[in-house]
Design a protein around this ligand. Structure first.
Ligand SMILES: Nc1ncnc2c1ncn2[C@@H]1O[C@H](COP(=O)(O)OP(=O)(O)OP(=O)(O)O)[C@@H](O)[C@H]1O
Ligand SMILES: [Mg+2]
Length: 505
């Protein structure tokens, strides 16, 4: 008997897994007492669950509760004792013995229940802790996943480095593209190993600046990593983890190519508008003296013929000079009118205009032009093109006329080909697109931003005023559209007018 007790104590103290200890404790009890069944119930007062052993079938829930509460009810054929201390009971140990028990045998059961108590209480506490840890871990996991998903969903490249320049975060966007690096590869490595194409000393300087100054740094950079030239806005932001010192630097790279282009377009439009206003003012000033010169030339002409009638001999040169004055004044007036066209508020645009018709009308007007006749003109006009709302057909003809004349000039020394193409655009605000494509001498990249400025011309003096494109620009803008140009020197130029379209019927 005592040996059995020793065995039980040894089992419990040996630090075996609780499961095996309790199972062998019950076995030992059954053997020592010659019992049929032995079992342990666990639970609260309202619900008891048998946790170990096979034991006693005949015990009721109410009896178990009473035993656990420390009441001395003893169902017949049973020895039972509460498990746990008086202030915290966790279960019941019960053994079925079909004979009267010796007092020491009852004592043994009670002693065993006392021995099991702390182990079970401890196990219960550990279990509660375990559950709590599991819940907290799941919560933290969820939080991590949430922030990871946010960072991965951002349409910007993002990474974080620590004080040793080691990468601690690397988002999905940085994994994609031609220079993409997988997260597994990047995490833990230094930024210099991963961004090995960039000069390490420059990178280090940029990061050190944020580490020491603790301020956000922002700059633009260009890259051809995607196969085309793109502009990126790089932002480096300090991060302070649990203190006032900068512990990490967050770098965000955002593709701002379209934004930058829009900015340039906007700046260009503003500049042109300013030039237009300035020119309009100047032109008004010039109009008056021009009118005076024209009137005086005319009255001189009259005076001369009167003098001639009166018998005076006048050199033919004088008539010639007056004729030149007249012609030159007319030319100035043409320029002034052209420029005023570009800058003054235009008449109301009312009609719905079919761009294909505009192209046809322009070609009819050019039909008899000697140089134009030598060109091969290909028309690719999209059928069922939506109309341009609130437009002026006259003005749009003027646009195509200017574009076609320029195309013709660009191919002056060759038998060139021009293609005029119309097609539907991607959105309502750019619903119709017209292109004039030539195979002429092209425009150098450095000049592209200037060609829409009034008076920009590369043509010989007297051949071009440099107003054609600036007027086109003004007209297209007034129609709510925009004009684009692409050109390769020696290969040709494409002018593209993008105009709004009426809603689809
Ligand atoms: N299709 C083209 N191919 C090559 N260069 C072009 C083309 N269109 C325009 N250019 C360039 O842009 C300049 C400005 O064109 P713009 O039509 O404004 O003036 P212009 O043709 O010189 O004079 P005008 O006022 O008589 O039209 C041209 O002088 C030429 O250098
Ligand atoms: Mg022109």
């Amino acid at each position: 008997m005592l040996e059995a007790l020793h065995g039980i104590i040894a089992e419990l103290a040996a630090g075996h897994a609780l499961e095996t200890s309790l199972a062998s404790t019950l076995d030992a009890l059954r053997i020592v007492l010659g019992a049929n069944e032995a079992g342990i119930w666990l639970g609260a007062s309202s619900a008891m669950v048998r946790a170990w052993g096979a034991g006693p079938a005949q015990i009721s829930a109410a009896e178990l509760c009473a035993i656990m509460a420390g009441e001395t009810t003893k169902p017949s054929g049973l020895v039972a004792a509460p498990i746990g201390s008086a202030d915290r009971r966790v279960g019941v140990l019960a053994v079925t013995v079909m004979r009267p028990l010796e007092p020491e045998e009852v004592l043994l059961v009670t002693a065993v229940s006392h021995l099991i108590g702390p182990a079970l209480l401890h196990a219960e506490r550990s279990r509660r802790l375990e559950v709590e840890v599991e819940v907290r871990t799941a919560e933290i996991d969820r939080e991590h996943r949430f922030t990871d998903t946010i960072i991965d969903s951002l349409p910007v490249g993002l990474y974080v480095i620590d004080r040793d320049y080691r990468i601690q975060a690397w988002n999905r966007k940085r994994e994609t593209g031609m220079e993409g690096v997988s997260r597994e590869e990047a995490l833990g490595r230094t930024i210099f190993e991963i961004l090995h194409r960039q000069p390490a000393d420059m990178l280090r300087r940029e990061f050190d600046e944020v580490f020491t100054l603790g301020r956000i740094q922002e700059y633009h950079t260009q890259s051809v990593a995607t196969g085309e030239l793109r502009t990126y806005r790089i932002t480096k932001a300090p991060m302070r983890l649990g203190g006032s010192d900068v512990t990490h630097v967050i770098t965000i790279g955002e593709d701002v190519t379209e934004w930058k282009e829009a900015q340039t377009r906007f700046a260009h439009a503003e500049k042109l508008a300013a030039i237009g206003q300035l020119a309009a003012g100047v032109m008004h000033e010039i109009n008056n003296p021009l009118a005076t010169i024209a009137a005086i030339a005319e009255s001189l002409e009259f005076k001369l013929s009167d003098a001639q009638k009166a018998g005076a001999v006048i050199s033919s040169d004088v008539h010639e000079y007056l004729h030149i004055i007249d012609n030159e004044v007319a030319r100035c007036k043409q320029i002034v009118d052209g420029l005023l066209d570009f800058s003054r508020p235009k008449q109301q645009l009312r009609e719905r205009v079919d761009l294909n018709e505009v192209v046809d009308r322009t070609l009819q007007l050019l039909e008899h032009h000697v140089r134009f006749k030598r060109l091969t003109v290909t028309c690719e006009l999209a059928p069922n093109l939506r109309k341009v709302p609130k437009a002026s057909g006259e003005q749009l003809v003027q646009v195509f006329m200017a574009l076609l004349l320029n195309a013709m000039d660009a191919m002056a020394d060759r038998r060139g080909a021009i293609t005029i193409r119309t097609r539907p655009g991607p959105s309502a605000s750019e619903g119709v697109i017209a292109e004039v494509i030539d195979r002429g001498h092209g425009i150098p990249q450095t000049e592209l931003s200037k060609i829409f400025e009034p008076f920009y011309t590369t043509k010989d003096p007297g051949k071009g005023t440099g107003l054609g494109l600036s007027i086109c620009y003004g007209i297209i803008q007034e129609h709510g559209g925009r004009i684009e140009v692409e050109s390769v020197v020696g290969q040709g130029t494409t002018f593209r007018a993008l105009l709004p379209a009426v809603e689809a019927a």
